[in-house]
Design a protein around this ligand. Structure first.
Ligand SMILES: Nc1ncnc2c1ncn2[C@@H]1O[C@H](COP(=O)(O)OP(=O)(O)OP(=O)(O)O)[C@@H](O)[C@H]1O
Length: 350
């Protein structure tokens, strides 16, 4: 089985509102998958269908090799779920809560106790095993929740905002733990609004928007798509401006530079990367000699990477003036790698 989860036109309709609309995705076994989307996009609804809490209106999915409609019991045996709001019995101790879960899955007594010990040690909560959950901190409760979700050794673990509200240290502990669980063979489905967390942990990312899967790729794949789109846009813009200038008149040259500078996506102070046609050694030396240039590198792809003095407002102008003076042309320009957050904003139009 290559995929931990496959969905086939998975759809959920409430009245005449489509909360999830013909979702088709494949999540590789043993990967960490980040499920992103704005509030109300359909993440929880999807997860509820995949964990057999609600039935789809149409379509279906295979989870751990089992169909959610035909084999819901088998699906439940293969999955663990850590919900956003910890759903443990506050009056019971951590151990009692986990024991209840183990009984729910019908675990034999001897196996149950040894597994509880092992998991509590793994998440480092053994010291509080006999404390009522209601007297525990948020981070401690999350750890107990994790132990409860792992007690029956599920293949796939669903985590809904597992680190929300946790302090940075506890967050890191949980991130390490998620990584460890993944290394020991669990597929992790992580719903999160924390882009740093997703970028740090996830092998693949899916972005759902208004019930529709709007993007699915590796984090770098998603960023590369944005880079390519932006670069072709910039190349077009800059190409158009350079086409219009009359190199004989300094006024026209000045206006062209101003026009390019106005493009808010190009700003001084950042590393800029350019593809230049007609790049001569003279131009390269001129770029290196500019007072605003801190560093110039020529990449093996032919791109020029310039680090500019961020305190100098005319930095970009000076570079462009040198390019124009040397009768060269910029065919593409970019400032920095977009973040996953940039991708999210672009894909969801927010
Ligand atoms: N039981 C329900 N009845 C009617 N509409 C519902 C029901 N459950 C969810 N919805 C609607 O479906 C849409 C998707 O909700 P869902 O909870 O899946 O979003 P989400 O992506 O998990 O959002 P968030 O990030 O805020 O948790 C929302 O517009 C929500 O109001």
């Amino acid at each position: 089985m290559k995929y931990a989860i496959e969905t086939f036109d998975l759809t959920k309709v409430y009245g005449d509102f489509k909360a999830v609309d013909s979702l088709n995705m494949k999540i590789e076994k043993n990967s960490i998958f980040g499920f992103l989307g704005p509030n109300g996009a359909g993440k929880t609804t999807t997860i509820k269908m995949l964990t057999c809490l609600i039935p789809p209106s149409s379509g279906t999915a295979r989870v751990a090799g089992y169909d959610i409609l035909k084999n819901p019991d088998e699906v439940r045996q293969q999955i663990g779920m850590v919900p956003q709001k910890v759903s443990l019995y506050e009056d019971l101790t951590a151990r009692e809560n986990v024991e209840m879960c183990a009984d729910f899955y019908g675990m034999p007594e001897d196996l149950k106790e040894s597994r509880i010990e092992e998991l509590m040690e793994l998440v480092d909560i053994k010291y509080a095993a006999d404390k009522p959950v209601g007297q525990m901190s948020g981070g401690q409760q999350q750890k107990v929740s994790l132990v409860a979700s792992l007690i029956h050794q599920p293949d796939i673990l669903f985590l809904d905002e597992p680190t929300i509200g946790l302090d940075p240290t506890t967050k890191r502990v949980l991130w390490d733990l998620i990584d460890e669980l993944n290394s020991s063979g669990h597929t992790i489905i992580l719903c999160s609004h924390d882009m740093y967390e997703v970028e740090l942990l996830c092998d693949y990312v899916g972005i759902i928007n208004q019930g529709v899967l709007a993007a699915f790729d590796t984090p770098q794949g998603l960023k590369d798509t944005v880079i390519k789109e932006e670069e072709s846009l910039r190349a077009k813009e800059i190409g158009g401006i350079l086409d219009r200038i009359d190199k004989e008149t300094p006024e026209s040259e000045r206006r062209a530079i101003q026009e390019i500078k106005k493009s808010e996506r190009i700003c001084a102070g950042k590393e800029i990367s350019m593809l230049i046609v007609n790049l001569t050694d003279d131009l390269l030396s001129e770029l290196e000699a500019l007072p605003v240039t801190l560093d110039v590198k020529k990449h093996h792809t032919g791109r020029i990477i310039l680090e500019l003095d961020e305190t100098c407002e005319t930095a970009v102008n000076d570079v462009l003036a040198a390019v124009i003076r040397n009768n060269a042309r910029i065919t593409s320009i970019s400032t920095k790698d977009p973040s996953l957050e940039d991708v999210f904003m672009k894909v969801t139009g927010r």
